[in-house]
Design a protein around this ligand. Structure first.
Ligand code: SF4
Length: 687
């Protein structure tokens, strides 16, 4: 009988981090299913987890390092050094060995730093690689290259959650385990299309809401979760902070706050209260004058009351963070928890639903320009990705090391990014496939996917999972490429395996990971461990004090600035269309993995523009181009629906050919520069 092995690991896609098990035969994944004892997946996987593995054996997987011919022609000394190891591939590329590719990269990085200075190089990482690789990339950049410029893809998603939560409660992470949903008496989901983006969390929410009728949902469009909600909030674009401050206003004016908690655990409430009471936009009655949204004037107080008087949890996603006031909105969310004591206990807490499977881990590892590992202050603060792009345009950043992040596809203002990349002398990319950024690179190195390697991943509830390979691969892990590069640039990395790197992480980031050895993670593979992990792990954060310097939760009030759609409606001049973008269930981010899985691709292989039926007169052809001052999209297929509001549009950004991110400019979160992907005014061109 043919031998089928069952191997367990963790899903490579979203931040839920489901426990998976795979049937593997002849070093090929046959099927993936939920680990029968999985605490996260609870016996279910979404379609991505179940069917999203074909990419591993895709024929266009990057298996041999490649170098752009033009790069070698422009760098004859480098060509001479590796000429014996170069083989023709096509008119653009030559193939080479990993050794030769890293030799070429090291020579070029040295040349660039000698010519333009040590800070002319930067590293940008994705968050689907392991903690070990993220840790090593930031260490290599900060220490071997001696450049402070390190960033990761959290810049375009949950950096505002980190900022907002650290400012108010000292820790930028979910406070409770997912299963605490079963202990909550009330839940608010705000700016998260959980059913599409974090399906296995959505299952729990739907389950509980179905039994207890205890769910409030706020979004700019009608999403699946609204069907299960007691309070169905459809709000205007860019009104998050407005609604959240209104909830605080209700809690204050109706004295629903928890005085005991406020005096024991927080500071700054009195000043916060005074500011809210003086805010002209904080009274929910304001919505009585916002046509089409009048119901919110009554709905917001009802939600605020239930939230305050019950054991409650709040979940949020990029609908909160990808705005100019994303960090402030996160602070406004934590204010609600601080006022009511809905934090630091079972069934009550704050749950940012983070995007990629290791985005929490990448941040924990210090892949951020303003944090070393364990959120320590680095000796030198580097630049955030949008600032790096500006520096590229100015000619001050000359080299990029890009590990699993598609700068030219998933970041905003793609035309500007491409102009910036034209100014860069050297780009090296570690990837699975020829993504948009790989097609702009000088050296591209194919690396192991998550299903081929060992490493630690931290999911959106701080749960550490030691992932093990489902199949063997000869490709290098990301950290092995960095190690080689380091050695060729005079460094002394001697790591033999990912465990040695992780053991170093446990020393450097001891406040979170000291007790999380590979052995222990192995033993707790099913239950998992939530950081901080010392002798015990920590399922619920902030039980006794907050992780701020003095242990108190802090209020940092920020008023809503009237703008965008709310202002247009108030001033009765709502014209044109507001676009919001997001994910769909079957695809993932730049779709580099999911678009190579037939079963997923069948479900969503082009970008559809959702338009309200009432707006049909403006959409006279089947396809339209969207246009802004920054660029235009490709022609998009129009679908009429009643699930978006009139004068609002929705589409995804997964497929590069749709060119959606051409539309966005530099509008971003004021504190942390996360792009305002959730609302932009667009012009329609029927084609
Ligand atoms: Fe994977 Fe997320 Fe789906 Fe779970 S919910 S199977 S982690 S994509």
């Amino acid at each position: 009988m043919e031998h089928v092995e069952v191997i367990d690991s963790v899903c490579t896609y979203c931040g839920v981090g489901c426990d998976i098990a795979a049937n593997v035969k002849d070093n090929k994944i046959q099927s993936i299913f939920a680990h029968p004892e999985g605490v996260v997946s609870e016996g279910n996987l979404c379609v991505k987890g179940k069917y999203g593995f074909e990419f591993v054996d895709a024929p266009d997987r990057l298996r041999i390092p490649r170098i752009r011919k033009r790069f070698l022609a422009q760098n004859p000394t480098i060509y001479e050094a590796i000429a014996l190891h170069v083989k023709e591939l096509d008119e653009t590329w030559v193939e080479t060995t990993l050794n030769a590719a890293t030799t070429a990269a090291a020579m070029k990085l040295q040349e660039i730093q000698a010519k333009y200075g040590r800070t002319s190089v930067c590293s940008i990482g994705g968050a689907r690689t392991s903690c070990e690789s993220s840790y090593l990339l930031q260490k290599f950049t900060r220490h071997t290259l001696n450049s402070p410029h390190v960033d990761n893809c959290a810049r375009i998603c949950h950096s505002p959650s980190l900022k907002g939560m650290r400012t108010t409660i000292g820790e930028g992470a979910a406070t409770n385990p997912y299963n605490d949903i079963y202990n909550a008496e009330f839940m608010i989901v705000f700016g998260s299309n959980t059913t599409e983006a974090h399906p296995i969390i959505s299952n729990r929410i739907v389950d509980v809401a179905g039994k207890h009728d205890n769910l409030a949902v706020f979004d700019v469009r009608e999403i699946t979760l609204h069907r299960f909600a007691k309070y169905k909030g459809i709000i205007p674009h860019e009104a998050n902070l407005l609604v959240l401050n209104m909830m605080a206003y209700v809690i204050i004016t109706e004295e629903l706050y928890n005085e005991h908690f406020l005096s024991d655990r927080t500071k700054g409430f009195e000043s916060f209260k005074a500011k809210i009471l003086n805010d002209p936009y904080a009274n929910p009655k304001y919505f009585e004058h916002i046509e089409g949204y009048e119901n919110l004037s009554k709905l917001i107080p009802k939600v605020a009351r239930e939230y305050a008087l019950k054991r409650s949890m709040i979940f949020w996603g990029l609908g909160i963070t990808e705005h100019i006031d994303g960090s402030y909105a996160v602070m406004a969310i934590t204010h609600l928890a601080l006022m009511t004591g809905n934090i630091g206990k079972q069934g009550a807490g704050l749950m940012p639903l983070r995007g990629q499977n290791n985005v929490q881990g990448a941040c924990d590892m210090g892949m951020l320009p303003y944090y070393d590992p364990d959120y320590q202050t680095p000796k030198e603060i580097g630049l955030m990705t949008p600032q790096l792009v500006d520096e590229m345009l100015e000619g001050r950043i000359k080299a990029i090391l890009n590990m699993g992040e598609d700068l030219t596809h998933v970041h905003p203002n793609s035309n500007k990014v491409n102009r910036a990349l034209d100014n860069v002398e050297f780009i090296m990319v570690q990837e699975l496939f020829m993504t948009e950024i790989a097609n702009r690179a000088d050296i591209v190195i194919g690396v192991k996917s998550a299903y081929e390697k060992t490493g630690v991943y931290v999911n959106a509830m701080r749960r550490l999972h030691l992932s093990q390979p489902l199949v063997k691969s000869d490709l290098p892990d990301d950290w092995e490429v960095i190690k080689l590069l380091d050695n060729k640039m005079g460094g002394n990395y001697t790591y033999e395996d990912s465990k040695q790197i992780w053991d170093e992480v446990r020393e450097v980031a001891y406040r979170r990971f000291s007790g999380a050895s590979y052995n222990r993670l192995e033993r707790h593979r099913v239950r998992g461990l939530q950081w901080p992990v010392h002798t015990e792990d920590t399922p619920i954060l902030h039980q006794l004090d907050f992780r701020t310097e003095d242990g108190y939760g802090e209020f940092h009030y920020h008023p809503y600035q009237l703008r965008g759609m709310v202002q247009e409606i108030q001033e009765k001049r709502l014209t044109g269309y507001h676009l919001t973008t997001g994910r769909t269930l079957a695809q993932y981010n730049n779709a580099s993995q999911t678009s190579r899985c037939e079963k997923l691709n069948k479900r969503y292989d082009e970008t559809i523009l959702l338009v309200h039926e009432d707006d049909a007169a403006d959409f006279t052809s089947e396809k339209v181009i969207l246009k802004t001052e920054f660029g235009q999209s490709a022609p998009l297929t129009v679908k009429f629906t009643d699930k978006v509001q009139p004068k609002t549009l929705f589409c995804t950004f997964h497929h590069a050919k749709s060119k959606i991110n051409n539309l966005f400019g530099d509008r971003c979160d004021e504190l942390i520069l996360t792009a305002a992907f959730k609302s932009i005014k667009v012009e329609i061109i029927n084609v």
